[in-house]
Design a protein around this ligand. Structure first.
Ligand code: SF4
Length: 378
């Protein structure tokens, strides 16, 4: 049995989240939203796997138009992922049941407009269309003011940001919201969520390890975080993010439910103390913004090609797009992010260059060998 949770219950239409409601398992379409047949197929794969809620990314008017058609052809509960253009919320709200905004992306548009006004706009849209909200915080895109306040401590930065945004939404009299605080390191996910819950035990939590990567490592990282949080009574809805082919995305739901069953039954798996030693590959799970469908294959090739370096304490990040790729690869020793025809390669925050999909592995190997021979890795 999982311990009782202290959160209040909110609703995403008929789906209750928080309090004594069953923990909801959700996922996200990895296809390009404007490819309507592919996205509908993806929604069906996730629904057939038992998803309680399915998220779709929207970045443009073409995506909004596609979303309207997708909405008309599925009864699944839909959530929308807003990135930099928060004003799209008004256009997508008629077609979805929940809106996710990332406080770290609100500064991009209308730079002179106060964040409070942007949140008020989002809450107003949610109220008018009976949508729930998620305040979705990601360590890879921390809002600049929190980065400046906590330059050496990003857990404090993301917790403070979450607490402040809850206060903003509360002040507007809106209750149907959840918070997520994600990082690619499960240990930091645990720290951040525990600290947030100490400040706001009433707010339902959406759990996830972002860019967990490919199975089995992606599942193990997620399990580490979920075991620690769910066994403390923290977590009301969750997503397992895995870098797998689009047709296998139902695995995110299946694994989510297996983890819940295991933890509820006390079947905890310990990991050896050196689990976090050696080569760490993080990879995004892909979404509508992925710039080339070769991304998932590329992530698998990177894992295979770099196996020879598995003893070295290095992090390689593989990201699918220009929206989150540049920022989320900054902290990695080597980072790749996909463009339509080229893959951009970085060494720490410095750009190395752009390489074709056929040449990127050789370029990555050159950089990796140099890092190893320069003693940049143990
Ligand atoms: S990095 Fe880009 S493609 Fe990958 S999940 Fe994030 S937004 Fe989507």
């Amino acid at each position: 049995m999982l311990p009782p949770r202290k959160t209040r219950t909110i609703h995403v239409k008929h789906l209750a989240i928080g309090g004594s409601a069953p923990i909801a398992v959700q996922s996200m379409a990895a296809t390009q939203t404007r490819d309507i047949p592919a996205t509908l197929r993806q929604v069906r794969i996730l629904a057939d796997a038992g998803a309680d809620l399915i998220r779709i990314a929207v970045d443009s008017q073409a995506d909004v138009d596609a979303l309207a058609q997708i909405r008309a052809q599925t009864a699944s509960l839909l959530s929308v992922d807003l990135q930099e253009n928060y004003r799209l919320a008004a256009k997508v709200a008629p077609y979805v049941d929940k809106i996710r905004y990332n406080p770290g992306h609100l500064h991009h548009h209308e730079k002179d407009k106060p964040i409070e006004d942007k949140v008020a706009f989002l809450v107003d849209v949610a109220k008018r269309h009976a949508c729930a909200l998620r305040i979705g915080i990601n360590a890879g895109s921390i809002a600049p003011e929190y980065d400046a306040r906590f330059p050496e401590d990003h857990v404090s930065a993301i917790v403070a940001c979450a607490v402040d945004h809850c206060a903003l939404v509360d002040a507007l009299g809106f209750r149907d919201y959840v918070v997520s605080i994600k990082d690619s390191d499960p240990r930091l996910v645990v720290q951040a969520n525990v600290r947030f819950a100490e400040r706001r035990p009433d707010v339902p939590l959406h759990l996830g390890v972002t860019e967990a990567g490919m199975p089995p490592e992606g599942i193990i990282k997620t399990r580490i975080a979920f075991e620690q949080l769910l066994s403390r009574g923290l977590g009301d809805t969750l997503r397992v993010s895995l870098t797998v082919p689009f047709d296998d995305k139902g695995m995110e739901i299946k694994v989510g439910r297996e983890l819940l069953d295991d933890i509820a039954a006390g079947r905890f798996r310990s990991v050896p103390p050196n689990f976090f030693d050696g080569l760490n590959i993080i990879a995004c799970p892909s979404c509508s913004r992925v710039e080339n469908n070769r991304f998932v294959e590329l992530a698998a090739q990177v894992k295979q090609m770099t196996a020879y370096a598995k003893e070295h304490d290095l992090t390689i990040a593989v990201m699918g797009c220009r929206v989150n790729g540049p920022g989320e690869t900054d902290d990695a020793d080597l980072g790749l992010w996909c463009g339509p025809n080229f893959v951009n390669l970085k060494r720490g925050p410095a750009d190395v260059g752009a390489f074709s999909y056929d040449d990127i592995l050789a370029a990555l190997k050159r950089e990796l060998d140099q890092l190893i021979s320069a003693g940049g890795a143990s």
